[in-house]
Write a protein that binds this ligand. Structure first.
Ligand code: AHG
Ligand code: MN
Ligand code: MN
Length: 340
């Protein structure tokens, strides 16, 4: 084999499809369209620093076009790519209060629905820090040929057909899983292709990083406070004290921990009694990827994230995700300290 052979995202998607003898290529087509939208958003993210030259959000740029907020830009481009794929009958997104059901005949025949956080880490856009997009794909519950309904979106995370994220960082990467492991692709901007760079990602069973917004310390449940102290206590055998790393973009914090080993925590706080992160388009896709890479994700209240039955589109849950052994320990701290 030629060791310099580059495998592009599209080649990889098609190769994987051959593993499913009855697959008709619908999911492959959908994933390819997500890849296209990711490239468009990548291009726009890379222009974000030129805001003073090209115009800030809401202003009119030199071409006479209104400059859109990047979250809205990303939302619109992912929606139009999903619509154009013809495989998706509707989406739920952080940017829209209600589901968006696609109206065309082609889209009504689509088998899949998508949930997404089109721009994650938006507070980091203006300061040139990594941001991302998160998505998850489910089979619809209502029959093909009809408009998508909310019930299509309120499915447990175990029913995800595929999930992934794009990180717009020092390089842009797409990481996704169709339930057969996790693979990562780095965008080579010179050829405009995502290339397989991180095949079969496995996360270490333990790590040396804990990621949490410690500014909220006094508002955390007792179990989390005790776990933070545990992370800080020296212990040679478990390589403690751990390092604290928190970017404030879930995608970036998660991605680092996935590759290096670590734990990310967004527990309930007094301001966010059910946590801050959203089950359908932040926690479930990340939990799916984590588990597929050998990690774990729980809510610290006795539930595996992927087993939670959603009851609303923008539902929040406390979120503990990362290396398996670390998540097991925080889960134990939470069980032993049920008081708030
Ligand atoms: P978004 O930009 O999509 O609203 O998400 C922000 C989220 C997530 O990316 C991050 O982990 C978390 O909010 C940070 O919250 P705090 O600032 O409260 O730590
Ligand atoms: Mn987000
Ligand atoms: Mn967002």
């Amino acid at each position: 084999m030629n060791k310099f052979k580059v495998v592009t995202l599209n080649e990889f998607i098609i190769k994987m499809q051959l593993d499913f003898p009855y697959a008709k290529g619908e999911l492959s087509n959908l994933l390819s369209h997500i890849g296209i939208a990711a490239k468009i958003v990548h291009r726009e993210v890379n222009k974000a620093g030129l805001v003073d030259i090209l115009g800030s959000q809401g202003s009119v740029n030199v071409q006479g076009e209104e400059v859109k907020k990047l979250d809205v830009f990303a939302d619109e481009h992912f929606i139009s790519a999903l619509k154009a794929s013809g495989e998706c009958c509707g989406i739920a997104s952080e940017e829209n209060d209600n589901i968006v059901s696609f109206d065309s005949e082609l889209a009504r025949d689509g088998k899949y629905i998508v949930t997404m956080d089109p721009l994650d880490g938006s507070s980091n856009i203006d300061v040139n820090v990594s941001i991302g997009t998160i998505f998850s794909i489910y089979r619809r519950q209502t029959p093909q040929g009809h408009k998508a309904e909310e019930i299509d979106f309120l499915q447990e995370g175990t029913r995800q057909v595929a999930a992934g994220y794009i990180i717009y960082g020092s390089s842009t990467m797409m990481v996704y899983s169709t339930g057969k492991g996790v693979n990562g692709f780095t965008l080579d901007p010179s050829i405009g292709e995502f290339c397989l760079s991180h095949p079969e990602i496995k996360t270490p069973s333990s790590g040396k990083i804990y990621s949490i917004n410690e500014g909220n310390y006094i508002k955390f449940p007792v179990g989390v406070k005790k776990y933070i102290k545990y992370c800080q206590e020296p212990d040679i055998q478990t390589s403690r004290p751990y390092s604290s790393r928190y970017i404030g973009s879930l995608v970036a914090d998660f991605h680092r921990n996935l590759l290096q080993g670590g734990i990310f925590l967004y527990p309930s706080t007094l301001s966010y009694p059910t946590g801050k992160l959203r089950l359908l388009y932040e926690c479930n896709p990340m939990a799916f990827i984590a588990e597929q890479a050998g990690g774990m994700a729980v809510d610290g209240l006795g539930n595996r994230i992927l087993d939670i039955k959603p009851d609303s589109l923008h539902q929040r849950v406390p979120f503990f995700v990362g290396s398996r052994k670390m998540v097991e320990i925080v889960d134990r701290f939470m069980r032993e300290n049920p008081e708030n």
